[in-house]
Every structure is written in C-alpha cells, then in structure tokens.
Design a protein around this ligand. Sequence first.
Ligand code: FAD
Ligand code: NAD
Length: 464
Amino acid sequence: MKEISCKLLVIGAGPGGYACAIRAGQLGIDTVIVEAAKPGGTCLTIGCIPSKALIHAAEVFDATRQMAGGRNAMGIQVDQPSIDLAGTMIWKDGIVGRLTSGVSGLLQKARVKIVSGRARFRDGKTVEVETETGQQIVRAETVVIATGSDPVELPALPFGGRVISSTEALSLRQVPNRLIVVGGGYIGLELGTAFAKLGSDVTVVEATARVLPIYDADLVKPVTRRLTERGIRLFTNTKAIGLSKTGDALIVEGPDGRQELPADHILVAVGRRPRSVGSGLEDLDLDRSGPFLRIDDRCRTSMRGVYAIGDVTGEPMLAHRAIAQGEMVAEIVAGKKRAWDKRSIPSICFTDPEIVSAGLSPIEARAQGYEVKVGQFPFIANGRAMTMQDEDGFVRVVARADTNLVLGLQAVGSGVSELSAAFSLAIEMGTRLEDIAGTIHVHPTRSEALQEAALKAMGHALHI
Ligand code: FAD
Ligand code: NAD
C-alpha cells in the first residue's frame, strides 16, 4: 500500500476542485487532487459543456429545417435536412475530450499531483483511494471536499429503462419520438427545447404553478410563449405519479385529474443532491444545511481544516460559483485574507430565448426594503435584434431610487448570455445608472439595450 502526504488534498476535479488545485499549485502549495472519473467533473463531461453543444447543434438543425421547403424571408434555400444524432454525439464527445485533457494539462503545469480513483475518508485528514495500481493512502494538513452532485431520483420513477437523467439524455444515439420531461427547471427546459428542435414531441411536467420558478414571471414569459409556439406541452401544478402498468407511459396528476402520457423516454430533472455515496463522507458527521454540507463565508465546514466547495454545498449549483469558491479557498490555505464578498452570482438559462440575471430582480430588491427605479428596454426597438430576425425580449436594470446604484440587471432574448459579463462587472464594481448610460455601447449591438435601459430608468431613453 502506497502512502503520500501533502499540504492540500482536493477531492474531486470538477470546476471547484480543479480551480482550487490549480490556484494552490500556482501559490506553491504541495497539492494532491483525487478524481474518480475524468478531470472536469459534471460540468465538462455530463453537464454544462455537453448540454451547450447539444443545444447549439439543435439550434443549427432547427434553423436549417425552417429554411427548407421554399423561400424564406432572407432568401436562403436549402434541401430537406436530416440529423444523425450519433454523429452529433461524436462531435460533442470530441469537445469534451479536448477540455478534459486541457484540465489535466493545467493541473500538471501547476505541479498538482493527480491520483485517479475514488477517495474514501478514513478520517478528516486521510483518504484511501482505489487506483488501477492498488490502494493509495493520502494524508493532508488541509482537505477540500469538491465531490459535486448527482441527479435526484424520484422514488416513483427510479432511473433505468425509459426513465433517464440528463447524463443519459446527453448520450442518446437517436432522437426520441416522444420525450416527457419531469421538472421544468434549468435542465428540463434547456434539454426539452433542444430535443424539440431536433424533432421530438416534448411534454414538460412541472410540480409548481409555472416553469422556471427561480426567475420572475416577466423574464420567463417570452420563453413560455416560444415553448408553446414550438408545440411543447406544459403541464404545470402537475405531479409525476409513476409509470403505467405497460411501462410505456407516464401517469401524471394535475388540475385535470390523472392521465397517462405515452413516452419513449422520460427525462427526470427535478434537482440535484450532494454526491457522497461510497466516500465515507457521512461518517465524518459534518454539519449540514438540508442535505448539503454547511459552510461559512470562507467555505469552512464544521471540522477544522476541512473545506467544502461547489455543488456539494448546495444552491446555486453553478460551475462559476464552484470555480470562484475553489480559487478563494486555495488563497486562504496559502495564508491570504479572503472571504466570500461577491455581490452577485450571475446565472443564465440557455433556453430559447436565453435568460440572464445578475443581482436583484425588482421583486427581490423591494423585498429587501429598497425603493427602486426600474428601466426596461425591449429588443423590438433594437436594430441589431431586427437584423438577427429575433426581436423578443428586453434588458432590465434595477437601481436604488435614492442613489441610482445598480442592484440588478436582467435580460431575456436571443444571445443575451453574452451580456452577462457586462452585467456582473457593473454590479461587482458598484456602478450607478449614470455610469452605464454614460458608457458608449457599440452600434449595432444588443448591448445598446443595456445603455437604453439605464437611460430609461433615469427617464430619458433615446430610442423609445
Ligand atoms: P462536479 O463538477 O460534479 O465535480 C465533482 C467531481 O468529483 C466529479 O468529477 C466526481 O467524479 C468527483 N468525485 C466525487 N466523489 C469522489 C470521490 N469520492 N473520490 C474522487 N472523486 C470524486 N452550471 C453552469 O454554471 N452553467 C451551465 O450551463 C450548467 N449546465 C449544466 C447542465 C447539466 C445537464 C448539469 C447536470 C449541470 C449543469 N451545470 C451548469 C451545473 C454544473 O455542472 C455544476 O454546478 C458544476 O459541475 C459543479 O462543480 P463541482 O466542482 O462542485 O462538482
Ligand atoms: P432545477 O432546480 O433547476 O429545476 C427542477 C424543477 O423541477 C423545478 O422547477 C421544480 O419545481 C421541479 N420539480 C421538483 N420536483 C418535481 C416533481 N416531483 N415533479 C415535477 N416537477 C418537480 O433543477 P435541474 O433542472 O435538475 O438542475 C439541477 C441544477 O443544475 C440546478 O440547480 C442548476 O443550478 C444546475 N444547472 C444549471 C444550468 C445553467 O446554469 N444554465 C443548466 C442546467 C443545470
């Protein structure tokens, strides 16, 4: 049995773990990272990247299909297109392969030792890892738990057969004829829309009163409209009860009573839970916040010298939050004075159209006791949106009424995900409406709607 000791042991090489290990390596900390699967974690292998690849392929296919069969407004002509999903998956796997080997290279460059295998805690500072060449013991002064999350399984719909999670959905070799999605959240709507664009007949079953309940109704409205226009059926206030006796339909119960919905695949996307199975994490008896590990503003758990970052610590389960936590913890371990001081964790839902949000929505700002000014500028008055043949949506700014300090920025529309950088920067830098309004925004771009929203909040928009 081999034994190694190190200053810092990171368990899990997803965005949180690999960012932590790379920064620790750069700071000269003797670091070991243990990974049971591929470096890159959920995000690179079965999450963000594969889903965005599929979404893009579906968009291209859909746009091509809409052009087929005659002249369209732009005068483009194409023959009847078809898609070989197995080929799409090979393309997607190529991107994943490039990124995961890139992460390995970055870890090596930072002189981080990578141990491949599943880590199991012996105690808070020691793990045993089953590697290909036998068992390895790793002892460390400081441990970072970055083991991520797994999809939640519904007791009445266990995964297997027709019932799949996002992992299997992102590896399908054929486009299902009928796809039912249980859960109208991030995964359900991003993948549900992608499969509808690929040609599936899609139904979404959501337990609450509307889809994407984490975003306010104004932001979600253009998305819901387009889902419906596309023929996606939305069952809200509806619960999935289980499979029919024949196993080829989902029984649901909603405002109209019980009904059976036939399906080739049922994608269950009702949230994620911390990944701890087989890692001995339960035996450490760390404090929890619900099912997740409880952390403070330095990502410290209830055990001295044991930190936790990323999805294992709960919502928002986003890759960029995990990366920011990982980088911060590495600096803390190196002795730097750091604490979580981010003003916002921006989020994007890659639906059609996209939604982006940073900081507070008007409802959230008012709930926190602020008197607010809200400026909203629609893409219907934006030249670039017209040239891109997609005028749905708007940019919205929320500012304090007394000081004009920007509290929140949101948008819904085609391609608005790329506005997220400007939104986050504005909030992180404590900008006021005057700063955004006084910044020249390039014409013609969708970003002009940001400047116009700020002008509108001050009462003098130019183009509306
Ligand atoms: P993970 O990425 O889950 O990595 C944890 C790693 O730890 C894994 O590689 C795992 O193998 C390893 N591990 C676990 N236990 C052990 C052990 N005992 N020993 C050794 N290794 C272990 N977020 C976004 O910000 N944007 C998106 O667009 C987005 N899209 C998503 C799409 C899908 C379909 C899914 C499922 C998720 C998506 N997410 C997205 C969420 C994002 O993937 C996660 O927030 C992110 O991966 C969390 O990073 P992490 O480092 O905490 O954990
Ligand atoms: P989610 O929390 O986004 O959505 C789950 C949805 O399922 C909610 O709308 C909820 O009301 C509904 N629901 C819960 N139980 C249900 C039931 N029994 N029947 C019907 N509906 C039910 O979770 P998700 O879509 O599984 O995504 C998991 C996590 O992954 C998210 O927290 C998100 O942070 C992350 N993610 C992010 C992105 C992104 O950043 N673009 C994309 C995908 C996933």
